[in-house]
Design a protein around this ligand. Structure first.
Ligand SMILES: Cc1cc2nc3c(=O)[nH]c(=O)nc-3n(C[C@H](O)[C@H](O)[C@H](O)COP(=O)(O)OP(=O)(O)OC[C@H]3O[C@@H](n4cnc5c(N)ncnc54)[C@H](O)[C@@H]3O)c2cc1C
Length: 253
């Protein structure tokens, strides 16, 4: 049987637009009880009441804080005591927790660092010189493979190895052209392009994204059909295809 890949694989992708409006303030990394209280109130107010956000929060005073911080800290150099640590870690359990994080980061002048697999070489997903917190995606790692459609929805907190495993559970002739390292996160890899052993035939991981969900402060926006501009930002193949067809029509590129 001809070997094919699970091409055009969509993924549930929390691609948070962070740069605008997130304030950088003092360099202190400790958090006063009042700031902690106010921030918690803000998160509670802006998240879904049926999905208690308090269960997803780790402050430095919590006994699990260090282990949660270190679990996806793939470069342990950044665990040194001289390296700034987050004022809290939000291990989102629900989309509304992400929305609340974006809103409250802005209103409280905190920088937000998003971490999926934690493989960033420079530690940018869990280190900052400004007061910051981590939005950790590891709880949002569901993978739904449809061999019939040759597609899958993948949450950003899944690792590449988990994606390959779930595909292999359902088919021995399908795959996905992600990276070589199984513990790399889907969120960071695909947003950076993503190259692996199948690149010559199937291109980058990002080339095989056919739809995505972007979560910002207000809503989770479904893109692909309606949000063409947003989709262009993450899908190079589609961008080239569209540019190619416009070249044919206009006879100029
Ligand atoms: C050992 C090792 C092997 C590697 N092998 C490969 C390989 O074979 N092929 C390849 O292409 N690359 C490879 N890489 C590079 C890797 O793909 C990138 O470092 C990638 O950004 C890591 O993604 P992550 O989610 O694991 O990391 P993270 O540190 O969690 O995130 C990386 C960056 O993406 C941002 N980010 C993460 N999740 C989200 C999200 N949901 N929404 C918005 N932004 C987000 C983070 O804020 C950070 O800036 C490798 C890296 C390492 C350390």
């Amino acid at each position: 049987m001809k070997r094919s890949n699970l091409s055009m694989l969509p993924f549930f992708f929390f691609f948070l637009l962070l740069t605008d409006g997130i304030l950088l303030t003092a360099r202190a990394t400790s958090c006063s009880p009042k700031v902690e209280h106010d921030f918690l109130e803000c998160l509670n107010f802006h998240s879904e009441p049926s999905q208690p956000i308090s269960q997803a929060l780790y402050f430095p005073t919590n006994s699990s804080y260090s282990s949660v911080l270190q679990f996806y800290m793939r470069n342990r150099r950044f665990n040194e005591s001289t390296i700034p640590k987050p004022q809290l870690i939000l291990t989102a359990l629900h989309v509304s927790h992400i929305q609340a994080a974006v809103v409250c980061a802005k209103s409280h002048g905190l920088e937000m660092r998003i971490r999926s697999g934690g493989h960033d070489f420079e530690g940018v997903s869990y280190v900052s010189n400004a007061p910051f917190f981590i939005l950790d995606m590891f709880n949002l790692r569901a993978i739904n493979v449809s061999v019939e459609d040759e597609t899958a929805w993948v949450e950003a907190g899944a690792t590449l190895g988990e994606v390959y495993y779930r595909i292999a559970e359902k088919s021995n002739i399908h795959g996905f052209p992600g990276g070589m390292c199984p513990t790399v996160g889907v969120g960071g890899q695909i947003s950076g392009g993503g190259f692996g052993n199948l690149i010559r035939k199937y291109g980058l991981a990002a080339d095989n994204v056919i739809d995505a969900t972007l979560v910002d402060a207000v809503v989770a926006s479904w893109i692909g059909v309606n949000g063409e501009d947003l989709f262009w930002a993450i899908n190079r193949r589609r961008r080239l295809q569209l540019r190619g067809s416009s070249c044919v029509q206009n006879q100029a590129c």
